[in-house]
Design a protein around this ligand. Structure first.
Ligand SMILES: [Mg+2]
Length: 174
């Protein structure tokens, strides 16, 4: 076991909200929520439809990680997502600029910031937009162990994902 637990850097849309599932086929175990986070309070906008699985909160808390939001929801994840999953307020990675222009090297706009934020502490990053360029970037720039775990946004987190995360935390050098 680690003396210091790794961070679990957690995206919302994709892993927790399988937004890419067919609208008429909400995945089993999920409930539908309508949300108006900051910036979405214009009555001309329809509320955001968010699917959440209430089993995910306890499953995340059972993992040997320190949970951190790494999402465009930023601090709004603590207002809108955490309570519905039974999670306490979590630390939030803030982004100096959201969705900065795509980079020629194909590295996701979150990747550099997450490596910097973890500051050498072991981390797992769970996101639906992880690609090969991100794996290469993290391998070249991290100073601690890192797991980049992609989740299919049509499906969301499954028991196998939780098992893989738990296994990595047990194995990763502290
Ligand atoms: Mg996402």
């Amino acid at each position: 076991m680690h003396s210091v637990r790794p961070f679990l850097l957690l995206d919302v849309d994709g892993p927790l909200n399988p937004y890419a599932a067919k609208p008429e086929r909400r995945p089993a175990g999920y409930t539908t929520h309508r949300m108006r986070p900051e910036g979405w309070d214009d009555p001309r906008l329809r509320p955001l439809r968010v699917w959440l699985n209430p089993d995910h909160g306890p499953a995340l808390l059972a993992l040997p990680y320190d949970l951190v939001w790494a999402t465009t929801w930023r601090h709004e994840a603590n207002a809108w997502i955490a309570p519905r999953l039974g999670l306490p307020p979590l630390p939030v990675v803030d982004w100096p600029e959201l969705h900065s222009a795509a980079r020629d090297d194909g590295v996701h706009w979150k990747t550099r910031r997450l490596v910097e934020w973890a500051a050498g502490r072991a981390f797992a990053w769970v996101d639906d937009e992880i690609g090969d360029a991100d794996r290469a970037f993290v391998a070249a720039h991290r100073s601690g162990p890192a797991l980049l775990h992609r989740v299919d946004p049509r499906i969301g987190l499954l028991p196998g994902d939780f098992a893989a995360l738990a296994a990595w935390a047990r194995r990763a050098p502290g």
